[in-house]
Design a protein around this ligand. Structure first.
Ligand SMILES: O=P(O)(O)OC[C@H]1O[C@H](O)[C@H](O)[C@@H](O)[C@@H]1O
Length: 382
């Protein structure tokens, strides 16, 4: 399965390289069926199919997941091959609807994805009925509120595989400046989420989180790897090597290293300030038994104060969806709108019109500020 979201034509080319339209099924996923980038990509793939197999092949090689069946049909997709979902499902909360279930089922089979849905459902139950002191999304949400609004730390990096999901769902939901009633917030809300899987971040942004800005971190690790590689002669298995870092990094952030410790290690005096770590940097760790569709169950939640709490099976994605809702409730914001993405989209419409007018009728660039006019003029000259 290949997935395509970015409208950059290079991404389209990369995705279709080596594919044969005759043996390819394209799933167009768009709630509204109007999103400019998604629909241009869809039209590009429609052209790719019909130029090789003829226009009648489109209905057989393209299916849709959407709430807008009228536009699906107008596009040329057979509405019988459209997978609907409820219009109240927001894009970023749609992984458990046909939006996620269809592509994931095509990749892994529905029996696997059913387990994923059951895992997510178990978290809904957990969120609904577990007392607050044992309620994982509530605890995570409260920690975020503490870090962001009380301690003033705006960002949170992830050491996990699903940081792009968290980045979307968290930043689009809670990146708000007014309350649900439209009153400007007297505090900062939302957080900057970014991350890298495994140890990648250690070789890039971890320098900043250890000795630069204070950034609360989430570490997500698993006990049993799907790849139990243990090379002869190595001190530990490859997974233990990965996990050694998982256990070490939160301690380094929490405890740091003092000048006294460095002096005892005979570190040259001029290097002591550079090798000192302040410590007292917050992080939390989630330890999962293994990665499978249902699980990603029975984690141990650990925070830097070394209190543990366990719970039965859950789905990580559902935990983070609920955590975002908890934060939104406490901050008093609407986590389910995203007006902030609109302005850029409407300005892009103006630019698109200008590019068309300039390229087809030679019209001068006008109506933009000096900087944009200069850039657009230069862009059109080349
Ligand atoms: O599913 P669509 O209607 O194409 O919307 C696609 C995207 O549109 C907007 O950017 C929303 O903010 C996203 O959350 C959504 O995923």
């Amino acid at each position: 399965m290949c997935s395509l979201a970015n409208v950059d034509p290079i991404d389209v080319a990369r995705n279709i390289t080596g594919l044969n339209p005759e043996t390819t099924l394209v799933v167009v996923v768009s709630k509204t069926f109007t999103t400019a980038e998604t629909m241009l990509n869809a039209r590009t793939l429609r052209e790719w199919i019909s130029s090789t197999l003829g226009p009648s092949a489109v209905a057989k090689h393209m299916v849709a997941v959407s709430t807008n069946l009228t536009l699906v049909e107008k596009f040329g997709i057979d509405p019988n091959n459209a997978f609907a979902f409820w219009d109240w499902v927001g894009g970023r909360y749609s992984v458990c609807s046909a939006v996620g279930v269809l592509p994931l089922s095509l990749q892994y089979g529905f029996s696997v994805i059913e387990k994923f849905l059951k895992g997510a459902s178990s978290i809904d139950q957990h969120m609904h009925s577990e007392p607050f002191e044992r309620n994982i999304p509530v605890l995570l949400g409260l920690l975020s509120i503490w870090n962001v609004s009380f301690l003033g730390y705006p960002a949170r990096p992830w050491r996990s595989l699903h940081h792009t999901f968290n980045r979307h769902v968290s930043m689009e939901s809670n990146g708000k400046g007014v309350s649900i009633d439209g009153v400007p917030l007297p505090f900062e809300a939302g957080e900057i989420d970014f991350g890298e899987p495994g140890t990648n971040g250690q070789h890039s942004f971890y320098q900043l989180i250890h000795q630069g800005r204070i950034i609360p971190c989430d570490f997500i690790g698993v006990i049993k790897s799907q790849q139990p590689v243990y090379l002869r002669g190595e001190v530990v298995s490859n997974h233990d090597e990965l996990m050694s870092n998982f256990f070490a990094q939160p301690d380094a952030l929490a405890n740091g290293k003092t000048p006294e410790e460095l002096q005892k290690e005979n570190v040259a005096p001029h290097l002591v300030p550079h090798k000192t770590f302040s410590g007292n940097r917050p992080s939390l760790s989630l330890l999962l038994p293994s990665l499978n569709a249902y699980n990603i169950g029975q984690p141990i939640l650990q925070n830097v104060s070394r209190k543990y709490c366990t719970l039965n099976a859950f789905s990580l994605l559902a935990i983070y969806e609920h955590r975002i809702a908890v934060e939104g409730f406490i901050w008093g914001i609407n986590s389910f709108d995203q007006w902030g993405v609109e302005l850029g989209k409407s300005l892009a419409t103006q630019v698109r019109k200008q590019l068309n007018a300039s390229r087809t009728k030679g019209e001068q660039v006008e109506g933009f500020n000096f900087s944009t006019t200069t850039l657009l003029t230069r862009y059109l000259q080349v």
